[in-house]
Design a protein around this ligand. Structure first.
Ligand code: UDP
Length: 474
């Protein structure tokens, strides 16, 4: 039942998959889930099965994996397609009985930065079509992630009766305002980002702020449905500060300022380091700055880490600063809980999973007043918002949170309540599921489309109530 004779393995989240060759294991008929409605999630550069927290692996990888697994629990057969970047990577990874990652070969089997991937996308489309043909599957609905996958989706729509849903994860129009060098691919990206909004069935904006930006900067046409990202509430939950510090071997009393994320100039780590320096100069109080996230010395994140380490040294903060490296989702809750404050100083942040992970653990967040952070962090209630790159603003906010114990106790409580009430992956999957179901039902009704069997709506999925609404602006 493994038509491509691919290597197959099973996995759990955050398990390193890249280096060891995997044994070939046949997929049992049960695992192919042929009695379920298949859907494809496409994430060309964001492999849902890699370690998170390094250059090309962040929120998008988490989103696709978590949404994929949660949708499978709701009754869908979920296949998540990504690009194979190493010959030893298994072609198929079975995460749960009805959810798998499928790695397609498109271009050389090596890491290629996302801005250089466009030329390999036609191969990705062909590999996807071959996979469908060999498995005898037609995915009636494809959910694409990031503009590269959007291009793939738009090509598939030309040749197949496929319904398209898209999540941007990052928007060229906004990103290019925050970088000094526009890459060569910029114009192509902007064109694709406009086409996908106008031609997909629905674009999923992860915050009302993203919807507004899309309308103002990308297009007035097309459907947008606002469905925020989520977090794993079983994993990210309140732990007492003392327990977390004991577990991590950290001082029980020293104030801890935490950053978690990739090393990328747009994440604004420099602003945080400079703000900590200003705080120290003004207050002369002890503190520890922890900057967590992976970096490969041979890639751009390694260069950014080196730059940040240089700055830490230059500002005389070496003793106060720790770089714990890439942290797994198993250990991260302890870091969040051990911290007095988590800082998300991004220049631009479409959603920002780190902010809700920290708040779920009861840690107040100081974030830049941008994108999805304006939606997730409620100023004065779950943390504070500061204009991006405002060093004094961040220094003052850090000072406020580290010096007012009674107020921060309130923030801690309100932060965890905000997340548990509003941001769970299970809730996100229910809303996406409703959306897919509605789109598929509409496609069946539409006489202009090729006839689709009504059996495409799996009975388990059909049992879920529809609550998501979309609008069309022209
Ligand atoms: N992350 C991680 N380990 C690290 C650093 C980050 O698991 O060492 C995860 C973090 O928990 C979050 C994701 O990477 O789930 C980052 O997502 P976010 O949306 O904050 O930023 P992005 O990477 O998408 O820009």
């Amino acid at each position: 039942m493994n038509p491509l004779n691919q290597t197959v393995k099973t996995s759990s989240f955050n398990t390193p998959q890249k280096t060891s060759p995997q044994k070939s294991t046949p997929i049992s008929p049960r695992l192919t889930g042929r009695n379920r409605q298949p859907i494809a999630l496409i994430s060309v550069h964001g492999d849902p099965d890699v370690d998170i927290g390094r250059e090309e692996a962040g929120g998008q990888n988490v989103y696709v994996r978590q949404v994929g697994e949660a949708l499978a629990k709701l009754g869908w057969q979920v296949d998540m397609f990504t690009r194979k970047i190493h010959p030893d990577q298994p072609t198929i990874v079975q995460h749960s009985p009805h959810c798998r990652t499928i790695r397609l070969t498109a271009g050389p089997l090596e890491y290629i930065p996302r801005d250089e991937l466009f030329e390999y996308l036609p191969e990705f489309v062909t590999a996807f079509q071959n996979f469908q043909a060999k498995e005898g599957t037609n995915y009636p609905l494809v959910h694409t992630n990031y503009w590269l996958s959007a291009w793939v989706g738009l090509q598939l729509k030309k040749y197949h009766n496929v319904q398209l849903v898209h999540t941007y994860h990052s928007l060229g129009q906004v990103k290019y305002q925050t970088v000094s060098n526009r890459p060569k691919i910029a114009d192509t990206r902007l064109t694709v980002e406009k086409s996908i909004l106008e031609q997909s069935n629905t674009v999923v904006a992860t915050s009302p702020q993203e919807e507004e930006i899309l309308r103002h900067t990308v297009s007035q046409n097309g459907h947008i449905s606002v469905i925020p990202c989520g977090t794993n509430l079983e994993n990210f939950h309140v732990i007492s500060k003392s327990e977390a510090r004991l577990k991590l071997g950290l001082d029980a009393h020293e104030p801890i300022i935490l950053y978690v994320g990739r090393f990328d100039p747009r994440k604004g780590i420099e602003t945080l380091v400079r703000a900590c320096h200003q705080y120290q100069t003004a207050q002369n109080q002890p503190f520890k700055l922890m900057i967590a996230g992976g970096a490969d010395p041979n890639k751009t994140d390694g260069q950014e880490r080196q730059r940040i380490e240089g700055l830490v040294q230059e500002l005389g903060l070496t003793k106060q600063t720790a770089f714990p490296g890439q942290l797994s989702h198993e250990i991260l809750p302890f870091y969040y809980a051990a911290a007095d404050v988590c800082v998300v100083p991004s220049h631009y942040e479409p959603f920002g999973l780190v902010a809700i992970e920290a708040m779920a653990c009861g840690t107040p967040v100081i974030a830049s007043n941008v994108g999805g952070l304006k939606f997730t962090v409620i100023p004065e209630e779950t943390g504070l918002l500061v204009p991006p790159q405002d060093i004094s603003g961040f220094a003052n906010a850090i000072n406020r949170i580290l010096t007012d114990d009674i107020w921060t106790q309130k923030l801690r409580k309100q932060a965890s309540v905000r997340v548990s009430e509003n941001f769970s992956w299970a809730g996100v999957a229910i809303r996406l599921s409703d959306l897919y179901r509605r789109i598929l039902a509409e496609s069946i009704m539409d006489e202009r489309l090729l006839p689709l069997s009504r059996s495409v709506i799996n009975s388990e999925v059909a049992a879920i109530p529809v609550t998501t609404s979309t609008r069309k602006v022209s």
